[in-house]
Design a protein around this ligand. Structure first.
Ligand code: ZN
Ligand code: CU
Length: 480
């Protein structure tokens, strides 16, 4: 008689903790892992043969902008196809709630396209996500820039007043109470540039009380990156929050090699307070099109443009030549638009990724017409290219940086490990063939080598297509 719903048989388990691969069968009942035992000792109604494959916890994409994409496209193919079973949304100061207005400022449109997906409270937003029955889980941060737009009536080019700071703090507090997992800021972006360190620290105060996380797209990732790290660490300390620095990079040729300054600084700070950072495995970044970023880059590709159709995926220099104008002028004509910026050193990316404080996040931008390939390729690229081919770190450690470490940092309880009692978020992949196929030319292609992906026990991806499982849920702080 079968004691379990499903047995994943004959696989090599990478349990997420970094411990060496071991042969085991994994039993599931409902949405949980219920046993991890010696091969051949368990029976189930369904059997998944994982011979020659690795059985890992589902990957946690800790840096996304999938806030409302998950509502509009609940199958989440670009993430499920990589083995991702949880996306952490609301990064870089950008989120869809809590927001009392009905307009969508330019920066926010990176993650929110439809006004109907905005919500006055986090509770209301989370119920929209649950109602969409997504194939994978979502955990959500509240964006500081969104709070500013709301509390300051869009007049964000200045410091917030004490009254506005209090309003933002109360909104954040309520959202955390309702299950948001933390707050993100994006002091790099115009809507938050005028915010002082004091402002963010004061708004962030409720984080400590709720044991929530602070993530930061820092004010400066170039010349003044050390100053920005100090600012970020101070905000985390004053709020009593655990910190995740977003997409750690040293941007621009003048700053290539400066990981030799930032990484030891992280190592030191990690002894004093809880600090980690996320990294995506590419030398190019992507965000809205900004003139003041162009001079730093070796190359710029357009990822979308609302005013000039047909330019997505093309080099800005070529577009300007065709328009017969300067690059700055072309930039103006394309707006509103997004871009991909080549501005990092490969060695820096590798040293950041392999540092003790790093975990993997894609920072993919889901609505772009020609997105950065990280949206579809991040996790298989780390496993196949960086771990297997370049041997930057062992497979078990690559998996750890996508699962248990991420779950701990973001307080996602009972996820991120193959362990009895934990949720059945699982990725079964072929370690010999797993690799990204998305490129800067053709960025929207599913990875190879991802076999079966389960989220809360249901099949989210199998044999190169969605598996029909729609068991993803909102991972609410304190109630997971
Ligand atoms: Zn960012
Ligand atoms: Cu981001």
């Amino acid at each position: 008689m079968a004691a379990y719903d499903t047995i994943i048989r004959n696989g090599q388990v990478a349990d997420g903790t970094g411990k060496p691969l071991f042969a085991a069968d994994v039993a599931l009942n409902g949405d949980r892992i219920v046993a991890v035992e010696a091969p051949g000792s368990l029976n189930g109604d369904n059997e998944i043969d994982a011979k020659g494959k690795v059985v890992a916890p589902g990957f946690i994409d800790v840096h996304t902008h999938d806030d409302t994409y998950i509502i509009e496209h609940p199958l989440m193919e670009m993430k499920a196809s990589q083995g991702v079973t949880t996306v952490v949304c609301g990064n870089c100061g950008i989120s869809a709630s809590p927001y009392g207005r009905s307009d969508i400022p330019h920066l926010i449109s990176l993650a929110v396209k439809k006004t109907e997906n905005l919500a006055k409270t986090f509770a209301e937003f989370a119920s929209k996500v649950d109602a969409a029955k997504p194939a994978i889980n979502g955990a959500f941060l509240v964006g500081h820039s969104l709070l500013r737009f709301d509390a300051m009536n869009l007049d964000v080019g200045r410091e917030a007043t004490p009254v506005e700071i209090k309003a933002m703090r109360e909104q954040l507090d309520l959202a955390l109470e309702q299950g948001a997992i933390g707050m993100s800021s994006g002091l790099f972006y115009p809507p938050a540039m005028a915010a002082t360190t004091d402002e963010v620290a004061e708004v962030a105060k409720p984080l400590g009380k709720w044991g929530a996380v602070y993530t930061a797209h820092m004010r400066d990732e170039s010349e003044d990156i050390l100053g920005s790290m100090n600012e970020t660490f101070e905000i985390g300390r004053r709020a009593g929050a655990s910190i995740v620095v977003s997409h750690h990079k040293c941007a621009g040729r003048a700053n290539f090699g400066r990981m030799s300054e930032t990484l030891p600084k992280f190592t030191d700070a990690m002894k004093q307070q809880e600090i980690a950072f996320d990294v995506y495995p590419y030398v190019a970044g992507s965000t809205i099109l900004r003139k003041d970023m162009l001079w730093r880059c070796d190359k710029v590709l357009i990822s979308w443009s609302d005013s000039v159709p047909g330019v997505s995926g093309r080099d800005l220099t070529d577009i300007a030549a065709e328009m017969g104008c300067s690059i700055d002028e072309a930039c103006d004509r394309l707006q509103p638009a997004g871009a991909i910026y080549f501005m990092m050193d490969e060695k820096d990316v590798q040293s950041a990724m392999s540092h003790a404080g790093s975990m993997i996040g894609s920072d993919g931008i889901p609505f772009d017409t020609h997105p950065h390939p990280r949206l579809w390729g991040t996790f298989p690229r780390v496993l196949g290219h960086y771990s297997r081919d370049l041997k930057l770190f062992p497979l078990e450690d690559a998996v750890r940086r996508m699962t248990s470490y991420s779950a701990k940092r973001f307080r996602l309880s009972e996820r991120g490990e193959i362990k009895a009692g934990f949720y059945a978020d699982i990725c079964i992949f072929d370690p010999a063939t797993v690799i990204d196929t998305a490129t800067f030319d053709t960025p929207m292609t599913p990875a190879k080598g991802i076999d079966t992906v389960l989220c809360n026990g249901a099949v989210a991806w199998r044999d190169g297509k969605p598996g029909g499982g729609r068991s993803g849920r909102v991972l609410r702080r304190g109630a997971m």
